[in-house]
Design a protein around this ligand. Structure first.
Ligand code: BES
Ligand code: MN
Ligand code: ZN
Length: 502
């Protein structure tokens, strides 16, 4: 996809050249001067007449009529050089790539050096280019007999970069592209309707991933779960004609199987609410209730590609949550893999049940650290809105590491408290060890607190992505629908992970 070249070539015919332009003052210096000179100083004139702006994210397209080889020049405003950041740059680039895609251009080139500043160095820009390109040009294919318009795809991108070792730039472009493409894989899974992605389909997908990246794989069938005593996920699945799957992928990047990171993702392929049925408007969209699983699988794709020196076990409890004569009911008491018994007060609080067995199973596989990711509660949207992932933890140091990764990839998260009083509420049942729904107050906290009962003393971070897994509007780095959120945070967290000393 990417070719890195030192020499800016005004003779090669291709569809467009993308350049970055900083503001205050606008200067055509360095390599940009060459571009302006090639135009006979016309760019400087256009800046004077305010036909070209360098305001952040303003994009000006100029037809070149053959003057620079590229048929079009895209000038991307980057705002003030001192205020730029890699994430701002990605958004500006994403917006540009969307325009390039809409114009059906196939052979694109970009002047990397024009985006570099004191704040964002050459390699960061390279990363930003490839990641934002992958993410911004994503589109879910869908099932229309006739797609809206025949779309061409960018087939080739030439990256001009004078000042740096080309192979290093090439390497970083590949890393960014790997991250971006994995986000798209996660988005695809989330966008698939419930009838197109059953637990069995998800298990098959994981199996393929395992074959491609040489992961150890284990898929537990319903009978295996019965034998092991996974009463919690089995209860959720009880009303379904689709068999459940407990999906386990193992990646060993160290000599010994120690310091193992467990990534656990809620894989509810459709959530009707069960007998605590959702209102009809609340059911629409519940195909996305496996967003946590998608993020974990996306992260495993990155891990498989980049092969960090870490040990990871991914566990995904996959099932739908349906109603039928055999479905579980409110008041049922179930027995989880951990041995803890659970009084079911609400069958719509199913995610935490599936996660309970998955978290315990991750520990059986040696997980010393746990991150669970789940579209767990409507409550987190009430608390934090649709742009911020909710976090609970039992370990400050581990939380810091996850938070750090999330900053870096611009996936905002905010911590909610988890006090003894909160824990008491999930332990409050006359007839069982726990209840699965202590009531409306602080209910995002209750969801996490419940999962925390199964993490026990293992350092654990809980990510509630009910608000962030999907969006209802297009944005610079994606479209309405699945966001693929936490794919990158998880992968980067794993890549950078330092075992915690106590
Ligand atoms: N999958 C839902 C949470 C959800 C809501 C995800 C909106 C995405 C958008 C989850 O299983 C659920 O139903 N949670 C309940 C919990 C309650 C019954 C304690 C909720 O949030 O209402
Ligand atoms: Mn539910
Ligand atoms: Zn759910």
């Amino acid at each position: 996809m990417f070719t890195v070249t030192k020499e800016l070539n005004f003779h090669r015919e291709h569809s467009c050249l993308i350049i970055g332009l900083y503001d205050q003052p606008i200067k055509f210096d360095g390599v940009l001067r060459k571009v302006d000179e090639q135009f006979g100083g016309k760019l400087t004139e256009l800046v004077k007449s305010e036909d070209i702006s360098a305001k952040n994210k303003s994009i000006t397209m100029i037809h070149t009529f053959g003057q620079i080889g590229a048929k079009r020049l895209y000038i991307v405003g980057l705002g003030h050089k001192k205020k730029v950041s890699l994430n701002k740059l990605k958004e500006a680039l994403g917006k540009t790539f969307k325009e390039v895609k809409a114009a059906n251009l196939e052979d694109v080139s970009i002047l990397l050096d024009s985006f570099v500043s004191e704040k964002v160095d050459v390699l960061d820009v390279a990363y930003g280019i490839s990641e934002s390109f992958a993410m911004a040009t994503y589109q879910f294919e869908g099932y229309k007999q006739k797609p809206n318009k025949p779309e061409k795809k960018v087939k080739q991108m030439t990256v001009y970069c004078e000042a740096f070792d080309q192979s290093e730039v090439q390497e970083v472009l590949t890393v960014g592209y790997t991250y971006g493409k994995a986000v798209n894989s996660a988005r695809n899974l989330v966008n698939l309707p419930g009838n197109m992605l059953t637990a069995t389909d998800m298990a098959n997908y994981a199996q393929q991933l395992a074959e491609k990246y040489d992961f150890e794989v284990e898929i537990l069938e319903k009978e295996d779960m019965l034998k092991l005593g996974m009463g919690a996920i089995l209860a959720v699945n009880q009303g379904s004609v689709q068999p459940p799957k407990m999906i386990v992928l193992k990646y060993q990047g160290k000599d010994e199987w120690k310091d193992v990171i467990g990534l656990v993702g809620k894989g509810v392929t459709f959530d009707t609410g069960g007998y605590s049925l959702k209102p009809k408007d609340g059911i629409v969209g519940m195909k996305t209730d496996m967003g946590g699983a998608a993020a974990v699988l996306g992260a495993m794709e990155i891990i498989g590609e980049l092969r960090p020196n870490q040990n990871v076990v991914a566990v995904i409890p996959a099932t739908d949550n349906m109603v039928s004569g055999s479905a579980f009911k409110p008041d049922d008491v179930i027995s989880s893999l951990s041995g803890k018994t659970i009084e079911v007060l609400n069958t719509d609080a199913e995610g935490r049940l599936a996660l309970a067995d998955a978290v315990t199973y991750a520990k059986h596989h040696g997980a010393n650290y746990l991150v669970d990711v789940a579209t767990l509660t409507g409550g987190v949207i009430v608390a934090l809105g649709a742009d911020t992932t909710g976090v609970l933890t039992n370990n400050e140091a581990m939380f810091e590491q996850v938070l750090e990764a999330s900053y870096e990839v611009d996936e905002p998260m905010w911590r909610l408290p988890l006090f003894e009083k909160d824990k008491e509420r999930v332990r409050n049942s006359k007839i069982a060890d726990l209840n699965n729904s202590p009531g409306r107050e602080g209910h995002a906290i209750m969801g996490g607190a419940f999962v925390g009962e199964f993490a026990e003393d293992t350092p654990w971070v809980h990510l509630d992505i009910a608000g962030t897994a999907t969006t209802n509007k297009d944005y610079d780095l994606g479209t309405a629908g699945a966001t693929g959120v936490m794919t990158r945070t998880l992968a980067l967290f794993v890549e950078r992970f330092e075992p915690i000393k106590d």
